[in-house]
Design a protein around this ligand. Sequence first.
Ligand SMILES: [Zn+2]
Length: 414
Amino acid sequence: MSTLHDHAATIMRRSDELAAFTTVEGQITRPYGTSALLDARDQLAAWMGEADMSTHVDNVGNLFGRYEADTQSIDPKTFLVGGHFDSVVDAGRYDGTLGILTGIAVVQHLNETGRRFPFAIEVAAFADEEGNRFHTSFLGSSPVAGLWDPAWVTLEDDAGTPLKEAIRALGGDPEAIGSDTIDSGSVLGFIEVHIEQGPVLQDRNLPVAAVSSITGSLRATIEFAGMAGHAGTVPMALRRDALAGAAELVLAVEAVGASETDLVATVGTLECSPGASNVIPGHAHLTLDLRHPDSTIRERAYAGVRAQAEAIAERRSLDLDWTDSPSFAETVCDARLTKTLREAIAGEGIEPLSLFSGAGHDAITMANICPVTMLFVRCRDGISHNPAESIDEVDVEAALRVLERFLFAVAGQR
Ligand SMILES: [Zn+2]
């Protein structure tokens, strides 16, 4: 029989094993619909089997491992524990998979010690959260949570491969995805264990924290149009330089982001055309990503950036084309589940800190069908989406102890 201490060591080893499933040698790059993703799923299913879980796969390619309720419970409900196993390009080895591996480990420990709850536990392994290949968000959990948009099957990746083909590569039927929604009446809740992706836990010298909410984001694509011209012959006073206007806006966005606690604002892309060293840029195209957990502050800051873009365009005689991109409202974690989680943290002798998440997670979609909460685990220097992503085994053990204690507390409340 293994202790949770042993299981933490197993998770570290399994994280390394999963890292080997990649489409690019020498990296961890595991996009949706690839053979690397399929192989990772097979490996996860095998580990679920070892923990006495029955497994099934849905049409979008998610894997579920089910650990049945105790025999006394009639028509038991389900508690979901999960994460995602796709990755960004050149990723780290813990983002997403930690939620799956901790779920499997706790179930295995429960099974080894002969314990079951009045509800089934399902470990949900979502096939796509990052959305890098098809430029989507929460492709895996959306159908589960009843948020699948049938129009998505017409999406193509950058190479022109249709999403339909990627779905079939994972063994799914694109037309049947909409029927995979889990009945909200059957689900008690969803919890995801995830690396923090920020430096707060390291600063506070804490292994884990509860997540109170997931921040909302507002996004836009912005285009400045001026006049291209010869870099040698057009006098400075007569220029309508679109890139110079965009550059001013980049610095304005940075200043807005820095103007308030917990507010962040980013220009992540900037392109100009025609794009020659001796031509004044006639067009500049940039993107804005602005986040804050409070919608009032978020919207005020967003309006502030837009007003500055308009002022820059006016002053520089540029045309401004501002397009709002799909945005996300904040997701507030369920108060009762999160309180139970904080009590579980305190029960392990750890100061029960609550954080908000600046990154999006599947809990956003899952909140559509059930109460959600999340447990953050300290990661070195807050680094994520990077091969340097790093966590400590002792913190994984703390997460396992908290997760198991949390599930017992949920069972006790029923
Ligand atoms: Zn993630």
